[in-house]
Ligand binder design. Structure first.
Ligand SMILES: Cc1ncc(COP(=O)(O)O)c(C=O)c1O
Length: 387
């Protein structure tokens, strides 16, 4: 770029995403009228529950359309505090809770509030693409801790501890995880809590997919090391509210205060209307529980169909315990996952995400947040590449 608009070092340091090539190609094919099925989206296909939408409309009608407190309306922070206690066994007072514009902003604020240049952040791989990028934007250094498909991507606490150096400052956990769907067992979480306690590390735990668990038990690591843990969550995945942009965090008072200070100088409060909608989701116990149970059963059935189908095609795919993603080994199509994703798109007309940016070579991610008929058609299309 020439002229006065030279980009900052920070902007230039952002890694160009290798998924962009596949996404642009999918858009291009669609523009040409080719029927491409997208299995790359990271959001529920269900509509936001009716009681949540009704609460948002009531908020608009009654003029709740002004700035709120930076950290969120008190009713919502109280509801989140109660939720942490009821569902997670965590004790965060309402002033130890902050509401953000999506889970992403909670994570971003947390990294900016806690990391200094050169600090090392341990992240189990495969990981959600935004963690290393956000950590690097804060000037810190992401350190991948590999997990394997053979173990169902379960974290090995000893492998984690082996990567702790004097510069280590934080562990980022995501269970159930994107992209693997792995749910870390209570024993693993307790051992990771021990690592944090032994080495004086912060644990940032992203529990966005906590309700989407199938044959496993989701436990919050904050139960084992409360004094080390910042817990991040949000409305996006649990209540099919991705567009409303509501996330939240619970943690030590001083950390939450620093996150609020950062937010006060950037975006201020999360959308007022969305906050009232999230309040209804968090408070509407019966209706919300029914919605979550319905979604969970639907995802479980889809997971079973897609995992069985991909394995039957000779693309080894572990059975994930949570979230709505599977990781398929695509060696049978091409040993380079970017090339495999390109062929799946060009020749089978299915958009998947290559594992390159997730720290998952040789694999692609498919989201099964879509209906069963579409999943069956995807399997049929991918099958045509392999016969
Ligand atoms: C693991 C994980 N954390 C956080 C987020 C972001 O959630 P939100 O849409 O609330 O910002 C996502 C979204 O894809 C995710 O997969």
């Amino acid at each position: 770029m020439s002229g006065p608009f030279l980009l900052s070092d920070r902007a230039l340091s952002l890694k160009p995403s290798s998924t962009v090539a596949v996404t642009s190609r999918a858009l291009e094919l669609r523009r040409q009228g080719v029927d491409v099925i997208s299995m790359s989206v990271g959001e529920p296909d269900f509509d936001t529950p009716a009681h949540v939408k009704a609460a948002a409309m009531a908020a608009i009608e009654s003029g709740k359309t002004k700035y709120t407190a930076v950290n969120g309306i008190p009713e919502l922070r109280e509801a989140i505090s109660a939720k942490f206690s009821r569902e997670n066994g965590l004790s965060y007072a309402p002033d130890c809770v902050t509401v953000t514009s999506g889970g992403k902003q909670a994570l971003f604020n947390a990294f900016l509030a806690l990391l200094n240049p050169g600090d090392e952040v341990l992240i189990p791989a495969p990981y959600w693409v935004s963690y290393p990028e956000m950590v690097a934007l804060a000037g810190a250094v992401p350190v991948a801790v590999p997990t394997t498909p053979e173990s169902g991507f379960q974290l090995d606490p000893q492998a984690l501890e082996a990567r702790v150096t004097p510069r280590a400052r934080m562990i980022v956990l995501n269970s159930p995880g994107n992209p693997t769907g792995a749910v870390f067992t209570p024993e693993v979480l307790e051992a990771v809590a021990g690592v944090a306690q032994r080495h004086g590390l912060i644990i940032v735990t992203d529990e966005m997919y906590e309700h989407l668990v199938y044959d496993a038990r989701q436990v919050s690591i904050g139960r084992y090391a409360p004094e080390h843990t910042l817990t991040i969550n949000g409305a996006s995945k649990a209540y099919a509210m991705t567009g409303w942009r509501i996330g939240y965090a619970g943690g030590p008072r001083g950390v939450i205060a620093a996150m609020n200070a950062l937010q006060s100088q950037s975006t201020s409060n999360a959308s007022s209307v969305s906050q009232y909608a999230a309040l209804a989701a968090l408070e509407g116990h019966e209706a919300t529980a029914r919605f979550i149970a319905m979604a969970r059963e639907a995802y479980r059935e889809r997971r079973d169909v897609i995992v069985a189908g991909l394995n039957a095609l000779g693309l080894p795919t572990p059975t994930p315990q949570g979230a709505f993603y599977v990781m398929a080994n695509t060696d049978r199509i091409h040993t380079d996952e970017l090339e495999a994703a390109r062929r799946i798109l060009d020749d089978a007309r299915v958009a998947v995400v290559p594992g390159t940016d997730f720290g998952a070579p040789g694999q692609v991610r498919l989201s099964y947040a879509t209906d069963l008929n579409t999943i069956r058609e995807v399997l049929r299309r991918i099958g045509t590449l392999l016969t």
